[in-house]
Design a protein around this ligand. Structure first.
Ligand code: AMP
Length: 435
């Protein structure tokens, strides 16, 4: 049963018949929470700010209303002047959004195209010249084509800024601003972001008019697909615990997170010294060095990548089996981003967090955010050393069950009920989804 309101259906959100048909064909039975909350105001033409990340169903939440609104008011053909623009940070996301639009819009006659860098531009230029209503784009290539006159934004009725926080972290702020400056004043605007730091709030203030705000917790989606463990450990034992952990996962791609650039370098150097090939990636490295490191990781030539939070935001590597939080992030949201690097494309993922006594309060903040307990992994050589430093209220981890049921018992269990996820379709159609 859908936990929120079992009676909400796509039809009750006032979606038109061609879209309902496509949704049946896609085998979606009920709207996800963000869809239920966002679709009605979007159909009315309202602006929207959505605090939600990939995995919540946000693509359909904006794609369905866009399709419906454009189809409701057909316009004469205009080459190179799309009516809707969706800006997203990565190629992978752009391609996925494009596929979703194609599917949801299969019974309508709207045209769309996807524009991103790293591939030949001619097919994109041709598609724009042939005329498309909807453009899905990454900022760099779009700006390039705009400046050369292959696309104009003066007819855009609906604008979506997707994954805004990631966009800024990847250094797209100047590009995004230039693109926004070319949009007509009269338009509907949507902004989605997994986190809402000050810079995003400022951007939202400039971009949106009287927006509806929709929040969707990340918990039951990304976080639930990742098997999480916390290892209590003294700081001085962390390196040896990392080596121990990596040796227990000898075949797998592992992403290790450090809080600082310096820390990332040190971890990679120490691993190298212990015969485990590792490379650090962070903002101090040149673009070329970062790209090489990523390519080596992607192809498995280096199996351990050590990253800072910012550097990791741009990483879209499939097949990361294990994420290790060598340091507990101070920003609880960063934890969700970090562990979301594993369990992509429907794969199962594992995340270990190394928590030393000075990090207990940060760890507590994370548990409060995700509203889950995370089982203690005490089956490691350094657990006994750490046990003496655990806070008084903490159950001793020494006899923690090897695989306790999620959300039952465990460490620093929160008293609040878990936040709602996908409800009725959790574990069904969503289980094979991408991350
Ligand atoms: P998104 O957050 O948009 O990337 O969507 C995450 C995944 O959930 C995608 O694979 C979608 O196809 C799927 N999805 C979106 N909405 C629904 C729904 N209402 N029912 C089932 N699956 C959905």
């Amino acid at each position: 049963m859908h936990q929120d309101s079992p009676t909400i259906t796509f039809a009750s959100l006032n979606l038109a018949a061609p879209l309902l048909r496509a949704l049946v064909e896609k085998a979606y039975t009920h709207p996800s929470p963000i869809q239920a909350k966002a679709i009605p105001p979007l159909l009315e033409g309202r602006d929207l700010i959505g605090c939600a990340q990939t995995g919540t169903g946000k693509t359909a939440a904006f794609a369905l209303p866009i399709l419906q609104r454009l189809a409701a008011r057909p316009q004469p053909f205009a080459a190179r002047r799309p009516r809707a623009l969706i800006l997203t940070p990565t190629r992978e996301l752009a391609a996925q959004i494009g596929e979703n639009i194609a599917f949801y819009g299969r019974h309508l006659s709207l045209r769309h195209t996807v524009i991103f860098g790293g591939v030949g531009e001619n097919p994109q230029i041709r598609a724009l010249a042939a005329g498309v209503e909807i453009v899905v784009a990454t900022p760099g290539r779009l700006l390039d084509l705009m400046e050369r006159g292959f696309v104009a934004l003066d007819r855009v009725e609906i604008f979506v800024l997707d994954e805004a926080d990631r966009m800024l972290d990847m250094g797209f702020a100047p590009d995004v601003k230039r693109i926004i400056a070319r949009l007509p004043a009269r338009r509907q605007s949507l902004l989605f972001s997994a986190t809402m730091p000050e810079a995003i709030r400022e951007l939202a203030n400039r971009l949106l008019r009287d927006p509806v705000r929709v929040d969707v917790a990340p918990t039951a989606t990304t976080v639930d697909k990742v098997e999480q463990r916390v290892c209590h450990v003294q700081r001085g034992d962390k390196h040896r615990l990392l080596v121990h952990t990596l040796r227990q996962h000898p075949e797998e791609l592992v992403l290790v997170f450090a809080r600082t650039k310096h820390g990332a370098n040190r971890i990679a150097d120490n691993l190298d010294r212990d015969g485990i090939q590792a490379v650090a990636i962070h903002g101090n490295k040149s673009q070329g060095a970062r790209q090489r490191a990523l390519e080596d990781f992607r192809t498995g030539r280096t199996r351990v990548l050590v990253a800072t939070d910012i550097a990791a935001r741009g990483i879209d590597v499939k097949g990361i089996a294990l994420v290790v939080n060598f340091d507990i992030p101070e920003e609880p949201e960063a934890y969700v981003h970090r562990i979301g690097r594993t369990a992509r494309m429907g794969a199962k993922g594992l995340a270990y967090s190394f928590c030393d006594p000075s990090e207990h309060s940060s760890w507590r903040d994370i548990l409060r955010l995700i509203r889950q307990s995370v089982p203690v992994h005490a089956d490691h050589p350094f657990a006994a050393n750490a046990a003496s430093a655990l806070p008084a209220e903490t159950p001793r981890p020494m006899n923690a069950p090897a695989n306790p049921a999620r959300r039952s018992g465990g460490f620093w269990r929160t008293n609040r009920p878990p936040r709602q996820g996908y409800g009725s379709f959790q574990g069904r159609s969503l289980s094979g989804r991408r991350g």
